[in-house]
Design a protein around this ligand. Sequence first.
Ligand SMILES: [Zn+2]
Length: 330
Amino acid sequence: MNFNETILPWHAVQWAYLQETIKQDRIPQALIINGIVGLGKRQLAEQYATALLCENRGPNLLACGNCHSCLLLKANTHPDFISIEPETEEKALGIDIIRNLLPKLALKPQFEGVRVVLIHSAEQMSTASANAFLKCLEEPSERTVIVLVCANYRRLPATILSRCQHLAISKPTPSLGVAWLSSQGVQVDQTVLLHLAQGAPLLALSYAQEKLLATRNQCFGDWMKIAQRQIHPVVVAEQWQKLPLASLLQWLAGWVSDLIKSQYTHVEHYFDNQDLLKQLQMSSARLESKQLFTLYDKVLEAQKLLHTTLNKQLLLEVILLHWYDLNYRR
Ligand SMILES: [Zn+2]
């Protein structure tokens, strides 16, 4: 467990709310922290968990990091702290993980205070897992707080949602996002990175660290070359299948949606890819909007298949071949 001593600036309201739950002793039995990837939900959930378990909280109620309880947390041996998550981003949160949790919750917490259960990527629960998990909410165990951290709570069944309090994390304003990225040492391309990350600063930071902008620009070059018949879609699909699929599909969705927008507006701030705008506008002028909408649907369909066992290359071929065809329709 990491102890982070700063509340992220766009978590101020949420932290104030969480502090109140502790001060007023109104700690929820089950809480959903929801927000898109890259807003620091894990950090906030861990700060709440450590604060709940700490024996000597600081002035803003953050955990002290030094008490017996904090030391156990640091060593990952606190008996009243459980954290679970799917094995990978692609895998479901399997029933075995939930089955393992249930008997632990049947016992009383070992210490005087509360027990905290964090469930990361909770929306990845399989149907069977969600049904088994529902028991934890219907028959809550003593002095236990369950925190579900989700990127998309709508994927959880209504039976779970209705039994939890909800705390939404929104993305910060662009100026706050840029300022935060600068404070983390990202001095160039902050706005483009933030756009790529759909406004989520931690994701933008990881893009900067992985130099993902260069990869995205390379891919955009390939995409344009397909339109100009300089490279075959199947060749590109083969190269792209080695890249992170979630990012690729997000870039594709952004490019296609900007192509569509180009047909209706020239106001720059409506576009996701302001740095590529000239090329997108030129390309869009030659295309039929109906075909672009079909392509957009194909990208969205592909995004839905992200967490399944799919053939990445085939999936990319379908999209890229459609893009190839629609550039030569007339
Ligand atoms: Zn402490």
